[in-house]
Design a protein around this ligand. Structure first.
Ligand code: 0O2
Length: 209
């Protein structure tokens, strides 16, 4: 009895998580296809690496509680946009917009939300382009649209975000204000270096082709 009760609760959650993993695989394949095609044409890759994750159950529970939503499987599916996360790390800012535009143009995908923290950085200096995308997965008896959060960043923005993330989860840091101010300065430096690297590459590519 108890076992059935527990399984009855856990299985819908496991099923939903399985669907998110499938959606991540589909999204990664689409990005790999763009990468393969682009690298054949231009002899370089538009992205350096992809990292994917399904949000940890504890992070899901924590976020649902923070937002004041009842912890049900339906609510997780309806309310959370970032259970499935794909992070695309590029060398150059222009490649971020190239990849995002190519994805947005695919007729089986729905771009549900765009947060451009590159054009509009957060106050702390965080930069990345976030797209919430609905992607279809084909199950035995249905075609289902599943949401994936795709984050595009440069290598430098990713380096910054990982240090910033550490600050968020560290307890008892001595000088949080000073550290935040230093991080903000670094974010601005990084942004200007990203732009200059882009300009240098553009100069190198002028006259090519
Ligand atoms: P995790 O699992 O640790 O990555 P919404 O999803 O629209 O309801 P939310 O969650 O504020 O609202 O969305 P937003 O702003 O798009 O941010 C979601 C994710 O972006 C975060 O995931 C981080 O991965 C990243 N992010 C956003 N702001 C910052 C920041 O200031 N610093 C760093 N390092 N990362 C940031 P989570 O929720 O932290 O979960």
């Amino acid at each position: 009895e108890e076992r059935d009760l527990l399984l009855g609760r856990v299985q819908p959650f496991m099923k939903l998580m399985m669907q998110y993993r499938c959606a991540i695989r589909e999204m990664e394949t689409k990005l790999q296809v763009l990468n393969d095609e682009f690298s054949l044409q231009h002899e370089r890759n538009p992205f350096e690496s992809i990292e994917s994750r399904v949000k940890e159950p504890m992070s899901i529970i924590e976020k649902m509680r923070r937002r004041g939503w009842d912890l049900t499987v339906d609510n997780i599916e309806d309310k959370l946009n970032d259970v499935a996360g794909v992070r695309v790390i590029c060398s150059f800012v222009e490649d971020i917009y190239y990849l995002a535009d190519m994805l947005a143009a695919q007729d089986d995908l729905n771009v549900l939300q765009v947060k451009d923290y590159i054009k509009h950085p957060k106050d702390n200096g965080y930069r990345s382009l976030h797209l919430i995308i609905g992607i279809p997965i084909f199950l035995s008896s249905e075609k289902k649209y599943v949401r994936v959060e795709v984050q595009f960043r440069t290598i430098a923005m990713d380096f910054w975000a990982s240090l910033d993330h550490k600050l968020k989860y560290k307890k008892n840091v001595k000088n949080p204000e000073l550290i935040a101010a230093e991080l903000k300065k670094c974010a601005d430096t990084i942004s200007s270096v990203d732009l200059r690297m882009q300009e240098i590459r553009n100069m190198m590519e002028e006259g090519e082709m």
